[in-house]
Design a binder for this molecule. Sequence first.
Ligand code: PLP
Ligand code: TYF
Length: 393
Amino acid sequence: MLSNLKDQPADKILTLMQSFREDPRDEKLDLGVGVYKDASGHTPIMSAVKKAEAWLLESETTKSYTGLAGDPAYAAAMRSLVLADSVAADRVAAIATPGGTGAFRQGVDLIRTASPEATVWVSAPTWPNHLSILKTTGTPFVEYRYFDASTGHVDFDGMIADLDSAKEGDVVLLHGCCHNPTGANLTDDQWRQVADLLLRKKLVPMVDLAYQGFGDGLDADAQGTRILAETQPEMLIGASCSKNFGIYRERTGILFAIGDAAQTKTVQGNLNHLNRQNYSFPPDHGARLVSTILTDDALRAEWQAELEGMRTGMLDLRQQLADELRQRTNSDRFDFIAQHRGMFSRLGVDADKVETMRRDHGVYMVGDSRMNIAGLNADTVPILAAAIAKTCG
Ligand code: PLP
Ligand code: TYF
Protein backbone atom coordinates (compact mmCIF):
# COMPACT_ATOMS: atom_id res chain seq x y z
CA MET A 1 0.00 0.00 0.00
CA LEU A 2 2.50 2.61 1.10
CA SER A 3 4.68 1.93 -1.93
CA ASN A 4 1.87 3.42 -4.05
CA LEU A 5 2.45 6.83 -2.53
CA LYS A 6 4.06 9.61 -4.52
CA ASP A 7 5.91 12.60 -3.14
CA GLN A 8 3.66 15.55 -2.34
CA PRO A 9 4.66 19.07 -3.33
CA ALA A 10 6.40 20.79 -0.40
CA ASP A 11 4.98 23.93 1.23
CA LYS A 12 7.26 26.64 -0.16
CA ILE A 13 6.92 28.85 2.89
CA LEU A 14 7.88 26.06 5.27
CA THR A 15 10.77 24.97 2.99
CA LEU A 16 12.07 28.53 3.10
CA MET A 17 12.03 28.40 6.92
CA GLN A 18 14.30 25.37 6.74
CA SER A 19 16.75 27.02 4.29
CA PHE A 20 16.95 30.05 6.55
CA ARG A 21 17.87 27.86 9.53
CA GLU A 22 20.62 26.19 7.50
CA ASP A 23 22.17 29.48 6.29
CA PRO A 24 25.33 30.05 8.39
CA ARG A 25 25.50 33.83 7.75
CA ASP A 26 25.08 36.07 10.81
CA GLU A 27 23.56 38.93 8.86
CA LYS A 28 20.67 36.90 7.41
CA LEU A 29 17.13 38.29 7.60
CA ASP A 30 14.06 36.05 7.99
CA LEU A 31 11.08 37.65 6.23
CA GLY A 32 9.47 34.31 5.36
CA VAL A 33 6.82 32.52 7.40
CA GLY A 34 3.90 34.57 8.70
CA VAL A 35 4.69 34.56 12.39
CA TYR A 36 4.82 37.79 14.41
CA LYS A 37 8.22 38.59 15.87
CA ASP A 38 9.25 41.37 18.22
CA ALA A 39 12.27 43.63 17.68
CA SER A 40 14.60 40.92 19.00
CA GLY A 41 13.19 38.33 16.59
CA HIS A 42 11.27 36.47 19.28
CA THR A 43 7.63 35.33 19.06
CA PRO A 44 6.41 36.11 22.56
CA ILE A 45 3.59 34.54 24.55
CA MET A 46 1.27 37.47 25.18
CA SER A 47 0.99 38.44 28.86
CA ALA A 48 -2.81 38.05 28.93
CA VAL A 49 -2.40 34.55 27.50
CA LYS A 50 0.12 33.63 30.21
CA LYS A 51 -2.27 34.92 32.88
CA ALA A 52 -5.25 33.10 31.38
CA GLU A 53 -3.17 29.92 31.28
CA ALA A 54 -2.20 30.31 34.93
CA TRP A 55 -5.82 30.89 35.85
CA LEU A 56 -6.95 27.84 33.86
CA LEU A 57 -4.30 25.68 35.49
CA GLU A 58 -5.73 26.61 38.88
CA SER A 59 -9.42 26.60 38.09
CA GLU A 60 -9.99 23.91 35.46
CA THR A 61 -11.59 20.89 37.05
CA THR A 62 -11.97 18.53 34.11
CA LYS A 63 -10.46 17.65 30.75
CA SER A 64 -13.50 15.66 29.69
CA TYR A 65 -14.87 16.14 26.17
CA THR A 66 -16.53 19.39 25.18
CA GLY A 67 -19.43 19.31 22.68
CA LEU A 68 -18.84 18.60 18.99
CA ALA A 69 -19.04 22.34 18.29
CA GLY A 70 -16.54 23.13 21.04
CA ASP A 71 -17.17 25.32 24.09
CA PRO A 72 -20.27 27.54 23.55
CA ALA A 73 -18.60 30.36 25.54
CA TYR A 74 -15.81 30.44 22.94
CA ALA A 75 -18.29 30.65 20.07
CA ALA A 76 -20.19 33.47 21.79
CA ALA A 77 -17.03 35.44 22.57
CA MET A 78 -15.70 35.04 19.03
CA ARG A 79 -19.07 35.94 17.50
CA SER A 80 -18.94 39.19 19.38
CA LEU A 81 -15.26 39.86 18.50
CA VAL A 82 -15.72 39.19 14.80
CA LEU A 83 -19.32 40.19 14.11
CA ALA A 84 -20.22 42.58 16.97
CA ASP A 85 -23.93 43.33 16.43
CA SER A 86 -23.86 43.17 12.62
CA VAL A 87 -26.10 40.11 12.50
CA ALA A 88 -28.74 38.49 14.75
CA ALA A 89 -27.24 35.74 16.88
CA ASP A 90 -29.99 33.29 15.89
CA ARG A 91 -28.74 33.36 12.28
CA VAL A 92 -25.22 32.25 13.22
CA ALA A 93 -24.06 28.63 13.53
CA ALA A 94 -20.49 28.00 14.66
CA ILE A 95 -17.92 25.29 15.29
CA ALA A 96 -14.53 25.55 16.91
CA THR A 97 -11.82 24.26 14.58
CA PRO A 98 -8.09 23.52 14.69
CA GLY A 99 -6.91 26.97 13.59
CA GLY A 100 -8.06 29.07 10.68
CA THR A 101 -6.83 26.30 8.38
CA GLY A 102 -9.30 23.91 9.99
CA ALA A 103 -12.05 26.51 9.63
CA PHE A 104 -11.30 26.92 5.94
CA ARG A 105 -11.22 23.16 5.38
CA GLN A 106 -14.52 22.65 7.19
CA GLY A 107 -16.03 25.54 5.24
CA VAL A 108 -14.97 23.97 1.95
CA ASP A 109 -16.42 20.63 3.05
CA LEU A 110 -19.69 22.37 3.90
CA ILE A 111 -19.76 23.96 0.43
CA ARG A 112 -19.10 20.54 -1.17
CA THR A 113 -22.01 19.05 0.81
CA ALA A 114 -24.50 21.86 0.26
CA SER A 115 -23.60 23.00 -3.21
CA PRO A 116 -21.35 20.59 -5.14
CA GLU A 117 -21.84 22.61 -8.36
CA ALA A 118 -20.47 25.82 -6.85
CA THR A 119 -17.18 27.22 -8.11
CA VAL A 120 -15.04 28.97 -5.50
CA TRP A 121 -13.57 32.29 -6.68
CA VAL A 122 -10.19 33.09 -5.16
CA SER A 123 -8.09 36.23 -5.35
CA ALA A 124 -5.02 36.19 -7.58
CA PRO A 125 -2.89 35.61 -5.62
CA THR A 126 -4.11 34.00 -2.41
CA TRP A 127 -2.66 31.98 0.48
CA PRO A 128 -1.22 28.78 -1.09
CA ASN A 129 -3.05 26.58 1.44
CA HIS A 130 -6.39 27.82 0.08
CA LEU A 131 -5.43 26.43 -3.31
CA SER A 132 -4.08 23.14 -2.02
CA ILE A 133 -7.19 22.50 0.11
CA LEU A 134 -9.46 23.32 -2.82
CA LYS A 135 -7.44 20.93 -5.01
CA THR A 136 -7.34 18.15 -2.41
CA THR A 137 -11.10 18.30 -1.94
CA GLY A 138 -11.74 18.39 -5.70
CA THR A 139 -13.53 21.73 -5.38
CA PRO A 140 -13.75 23.69 -8.65
CA PHE A 141 -12.11 27.10 -8.30
CA VAL A 142 -11.09 30.02 -10.48
CA GLU A 143 -9.10 33.17 -9.80
CA TYR A 144 -10.35 36.74 -9.89
CA ARG A 145 -7.96 39.64 -10.51
CA TYR A 146 -6.88 41.22 -7.25
CA PHE A 147 -3.33 42.55 -7.05
CA ASP A 148 -1.84 45.00 -9.52
CA ALA A 149 1.93 44.51 -9.25
CA SER A 150 2.58 47.72 -11.22
CA THR A 151 0.96 49.88 -8.51
CA GLY A 152 1.20 47.62 -5.45
CA HIS A 153 -2.54 48.14 -4.91
CA VAL A 154 -5.79 46.25 -5.50
CA ASP A 155 -6.97 46.05 -9.11
CA PHE A 156 -10.53 46.76 -8.02
CA ASP A 157 -11.98 47.25 -11.49
CA GLY A 158 -10.46 43.92 -12.57
CA MET A 159 -11.82 42.22 -9.46
CA ILE A 160 -15.36 43.50 -10.01
CA ALA A 161 -15.27 42.68 -13.73
CA ASP A 162 -14.16 39.10 -13.02
CA LEU A 163 -16.68 38.49 -10.25
CA ASP A 164 -19.40 39.79 -12.50
CA SER A 165 -19.02 36.64 -14.57
CA ALA A 166 -19.58 34.28 -11.60
CA LYS A 167 -22.72 32.16 -11.76
CA GLU A 168 -25.51 32.16 -9.19
CA GLY A 169 -24.57 30.13 -6.13
CA ASP A 170 -20.80 30.44 -6.64
CA VAL A 171 -18.68 31.18 -3.57
CA VAL A 172 -16.33 34.16 -3.37
CA LEU A 173 -13.39 33.80 -1.00
CA LEU A 174 -12.30 37.14 0.47
CA HIS A 175 -9.55 37.94 2.96
CA GLY A 176 -11.24 39.86 5.77
CA CYS A 177 -8.18 42.09 6.28
CA CYS A 178 -4.39 42.07 5.90
CA HIS A 179 -4.45 40.17 2.61
CA ASN A 180 -1.97 37.28 2.47
CA PRO A 181 0.33 37.43 0.49
CA THR A 182 -0.01 40.98 -0.89
CA GLY A 183 -0.87 43.30 2.04
CA ALA A 184 -3.24 45.22 -0.29
CA ASN A 185 -6.79 45.56 1.02
CA LEU A 186 -10.25 46.80 0.10
CA THR A 187 -11.54 50.10 1.50
CA ASP A 188 -14.89 50.08 3.32
CA ASP A 189 -16.46 51.67 0.27
CA GLN A 190 -15.08 48.87 -1.93
CA TRP A 191 -16.43 46.27 0.52
CA ARG A 192 -19.87 47.88 0.06
CA GLN A 193 -19.52 47.63 -3.71
CA VAL A 194 -18.53 43.98 -3.37
CA ALA A 195 -21.57 43.45 -1.11
CA ASP A 196 -23.83 44.93 -3.81
CA LEU A 197 -22.32 42.70 -6.47
CA LEU A 198 -22.67 39.56 -4.33
CA LEU A 199 -26.34 40.36 -3.73
CA ARG A 200 -27.04 41.18 -7.36
CA LYS A 201 -25.33 38.03 -8.68
CA LYS A 202 -26.59 35.81 -5.80
CA LEU A 203 -23.08 34.77 -4.79
CA VAL A 204 -22.06 33.47 -1.36
CA PRO A 205 -19.13 35.16 0.40
CA MET A 206 -16.63 33.15 2.39
CA VAL A 207 -14.36 35.36 4.48
CA ASP A 208 -11.00 34.22 5.83
CA LEU A 209 -10.14 36.44 8.79
CA ALA A 210 -6.69 35.45 10.05
CA TYR A 211 -5.22 38.80 11.16
CA GLN A 212 -7.94 40.76 12.98
CA GLY A 213 -6.13 43.48 14.95
CA PHE A 214 -2.97 43.45 12.83
CA GLY A 215 -4.10 46.05 10.29
CA ASP A 216 -6.09 49.12 11.36
CA GLY A 217 -7.43 47.81 14.68
CA LEU A 218 -9.83 45.12 15.94
CA ASP A 219 -13.05 46.78 14.77
CA ALA A 220 -11.66 48.35 11.60
CA ASP A 221 -10.23 44.99 10.50
CA ALA A 222 -13.63 43.31 10.90
CA GLN A 223 -15.51 46.08 9.10
CA GLY A 224 -15.59 44.38 5.68
CA THR A 225 -16.78 41.12 7.27
CA ARG A 226 -19.49 43.01 9.18
CA ILE A 227 -20.65 44.88 6.07
CA LEU A 228 -21.22 41.49 4.42
CA ALA A 229 -22.88 40.03 7.53
CA GLU A 230 -25.31 42.97 7.56
CA THR A 231 -26.22 42.67 3.90
CA GLN A 232 -25.94 39.07 2.72
CA PRO A 233 -28.55 36.33 3.15
CA GLU A 234 -25.84 33.71 3.54
CA MET A 235 -22.16 33.78 4.39
CA LEU A 236 -19.29 31.67 5.74
CA ILE A 237 -16.50 33.06 7.92
CA GLY A 238 -13.34 31.26 9.00
CA ALA A 239 -11.43 33.08 11.73
CA SER A 240 -8.07 32.30 13.27
CA CYS A 241 -6.77 33.19 16.74
CA SER A 242 -3.24 32.07 15.90
CA LYS A 243 -1.86 35.53 15.16
CA ASN A 244 -3.88 37.98 17.24
CA PHE A 245 -3.57 35.88 20.39
CA GLY A 246 -0.13 34.51 19.45
CA ILE A 247 -1.30 30.93 20.08
CA TYR A 248 -0.16 29.42 16.79
CA ARG A 249 0.49 25.90 18.06
CA GLU A 250 -2.70 25.64 20.12
CA ARG A 251 -4.68 25.41 16.87
CA THR A 252 -7.53 27.78 17.62
CA GLY A 253 -10.03 28.85 14.99
CA ILE A 254 -13.75 29.01 14.32
CA LEU A 255 -16.10 28.58 11.39
CA PHE A 256 -19.29 30.64 11.28
CA ALA A 257 -22.14 29.87 8.89
CA ILE A 258 -24.75 32.62 8.66
CA GLY A 259 -28.12 31.99 7.02
CA ASP A 260 -31.86 32.17 7.53
CA ALA A 261 -32.72 31.82 11.23
CA ALA A 262 -35.15 29.03 10.38
CA GLN A 263 -32.21 27.01 9.04
CA THR A 264 -29.71 27.61 11.84
CA LYS A 265 -30.48 24.38 13.69
CA THR A 266 -29.88 22.28 10.58
CA VAL A 267 -26.77 24.24 9.65
CA GLN A 268 -25.42 23.78 13.18
CA GLY A 269 -26.10 20.06 12.98
CA ASN A 270 -24.15 19.88 9.73
CA LEU A 271 -21.22 21.78 11.22
CA ASN A 272 -21.17 19.43 14.21
CA HIS A 273 -21.30 16.49 11.80
CA LEU A 274 -18.26 17.86 9.94
CA ASN A 275 -16.26 18.04 13.14
CA ARG A 276 -17.35 14.50 14.03
CA GLN A 277 -16.33 13.12 10.65
CA ASN A 278 -12.89 14.63 10.85
CA TYR A 279 -11.76 14.48 14.48
CA SER A 280 -14.83 14.40 16.74
CA PHE A 281 -14.13 17.19 19.21
CA PRO A 282 -12.11 20.28 18.31
CA PRO A 283 -9.07 21.35 20.37
CA ASP A 284 -10.13 23.26 23.47
CA HIS A 285 -7.12 24.70 25.30
CA GLY A 286 -6.57 27.68 22.97
CA ALA A 287 -10.30 28.29 22.67
CA ARG A 288 -10.61 28.45 26.44
CA LEU A 289 -7.73 30.92 26.66
CA VAL A 290 -9.47 33.13 24.12
CA SER A 291 -12.86 33.06 25.83
CA THR A 292 -11.21 33.65 29.22
CA ILE A 293 -9.43 36.74 27.89
CA LEU A 294 -12.38 38.13 25.94
CA THR A 295 -14.81 37.84 28.85
CA ASP A 296 -12.57 39.31 31.57
CA ASP A 297 -12.32 43.12 31.43
CA ALA A 298 -8.79 43.35 32.80
CA LEU A 299 -7.35 40.53 30.68
CA ARG A 300 -9.10 41.82 27.60
CA ALA A 301 -7.67 45.32 28.10
CA GLU A 302 -4.19 43.87 28.61
CA TRP A 303 -4.50 41.73 25.47
CA GLN A 304 -5.78 44.63 23.39
CA ALA A 305 -2.97 46.90 24.54
CA GLU A 306 -0.32 44.33 23.64
CA LEU A 307 -1.94 43.60 20.28
CA GLU A 308 -2.12 47.33 19.60
CA GLY A 309 1.60 47.61 20.34
CA MET A 310 2.33 44.85 17.82
CA ARG A 311 0.12 46.52 15.22
CA THR A 312 1.58 50.00 15.56
CA GLY A 313 5.11 48.58 15.67
CA MET A 314 4.52 46.97 12.26
CA LEU A 315 3.10 50.25 10.93
CA ASP A 316 6.23 52.11 12.09
CA LEU A 317 8.44 49.55 10.33
CA ARG A 318 6.39 49.95 7.15
CA GLN A 319 6.81 53.71 7.24
CA GLN A 320 10.52 53.47 7.97
CA LEU A 321 11.05 51.02 5.10
CA ALA A 322 9.03 53.11 2.63
CA ASP A 323 11.00 56.24 3.65
CA GLU A 324 14.35 54.47 3.29
CA LEU A 325 13.38 53.16 -0.13
CA ARG A 326 12.17 56.56 -1.27
CA GLN A 327 15.54 57.99 -0.36
CA ARG A 328 17.63 55.20 -1.83
CA THR A 329 15.72 54.80 -5.10
CA ASN A 330 14.85 58.46 -5.45
CA SER A 331 11.30 57.43 -6.38
CA ASP A 332 7.90 56.77 -4.83
CA ARG A 333 7.79 53.31 -6.38
CA PHE A 334 7.72 51.50 -3.02
CA ASP A 335 5.40 53.91 -1.17
CA PHE A 336 2.71 51.21 -1.21
CA ILE A 337 4.59 49.42 1.58
CA ALA A 338 3.42 52.11 4.02
CA GLN A 339 -0.16 51.80 2.78
CA HIS A 340 -0.31 48.03 2.99
CA ARG A 341 -1.65 46.49 6.18
CA GLY A 342 -0.91 43.38 8.21
CA MET A 343 2.24 41.33 8.36
CA PHE A 344 2.86 41.05 4.64
CA SER A 345 3.73 43.15 1.64
CA ARG A 346 4.35 41.83 -1.80
CA LEU A 347 7.15 43.78 -3.46
CA GLY A 348 6.02 42.75 -6.92
CA VAL A 349 9.46 41.78 -8.24
CA ASP A 350 10.52 38.65 -10.14
CA ALA A 351 11.62 35.42 -8.48
CA ASP A 352 15.18 35.86 -9.78
CA LYS A 353 15.44 39.15 -7.87
CA VAL A 354 14.13 37.44 -4.74
CA GLU A 355 16.80 34.78 -5.25
CA THR A 356 19.52 37.41 -5.75
CA MET A 357 18.55 39.11 -2.48
CA ARG A 358 18.77 35.78 -0.71
CA ARG A 359 22.11 34.83 -2.26
CA ASP A 360 23.88 38.19 -2.07
CA HIS A 361 22.29 39.77 0.99
CA GLY A 362 20.91 36.88 3.10
CA VAL A 363 17.39 38.32 2.76
CA TYR A 364 14.79 35.53 2.90
CA MET A 365 11.43 36.48 1.45
CA VAL A 366 8.93 34.09 -0.17
CA GLY A 367 9.57 33.45 -3.89
CA ASP A 368 6.57 35.57 -4.93
CA SER A 369 8.36 38.54 -3.23
CA ARG A 370 6.18 38.46 -0.11
CA MET A 371 7.99 39.77 2.93
CA ASN A 372 6.99 39.52 6.56
CA ILE A 373 7.30 43.04 7.97
CA ALA A 374 7.41 41.65 11.54
CA GLY A 375 10.74 40.01 10.65
CA LEU A 376 12.33 43.50 10.68
CA ASN A 377 13.44 45.92 13.37
CA ALA A 378 14.63 49.53 13.25
CA ASP A 379 18.23 48.37 12.71
CA THR A 380 17.53 45.86 9.93
CA VAL A 381 15.18 48.07 7.88
CA PRO A 382 18.15 49.96 6.32
CA ILE A 383 19.84 46.64 5.51
CA LEU A 384 16.73 45.42 3.70
CA ALA A 385 16.24 48.76 1.96
CA ALA A 386 19.82 48.65 0.70
CA ALA A 387 19.33 45.10 -0.62
CA ILE A 388 16.07 46.01 -2.38
CA ALA A 389 17.47 49.24 -3.84
CA LYS A 390 20.60 47.48 -5.10
CA THR A 391 18.74 44.49 -6.58
CA CYS A 392 15.48 46.01 -7.77
CA GLY A 393 16.07 49.77 -7.87
N1 PLP B 1 -5.80 32.02 6.42
C1 PLP B 1 -4.80 32.84 6.07
C2 PLP B 1 -5.04 33.84 4.99
C3 PLP B 1 -3.58 32.78 6.70
O1 PLP B 1 -2.59 33.59 6.33
C4 PLP B 1 -3.38 31.84 7.73
C5 PLP B 1 -2.06 31.80 8.33
O2 PLP B 1 -1.57 31.13 9.07
C6 PLP B 1 -4.46 31.01 8.08
C7 PLP B 1 -5.64 31.13 7.39
C8 PLP B 1 -4.47 29.94 9.10
O3 PLP B 1 -3.87 30.07 10.25
P1 PLP B 1 -3.94 28.95 11.37
O4 PLP B 1 -4.44 27.69 10.78
O5 PLP B 1 -2.54 28.84 11.86
O6 PLP B 1 -4.87 29.49 12.40
O1 TYF C 1 1.37 32.39 5.15
C1 TYF C 1 1.98 32.19 6.20
O2 TYF C 1 3.20 32.34 6.26
C2 TYF C 1 1.22 31.83 7.46
C3 TYF C 1 1.75 30.61 8.17
O3 TYF C 1 1.27 25.70 5.49
C4 TYF C 1 1.60 29.33 7.44
O4 TYF C 1 -0.12 31.74 7.12
C5 TYF C 1 2.40 29.03 6.34
C6 TYF C 1 2.31 27.83 5.70
C7 TYF C 1 1.39 26.89 6.15
C8 TYF C 1 0.58 27.17 7.24
C9 TYF C 1 0.70 28.40 7.88
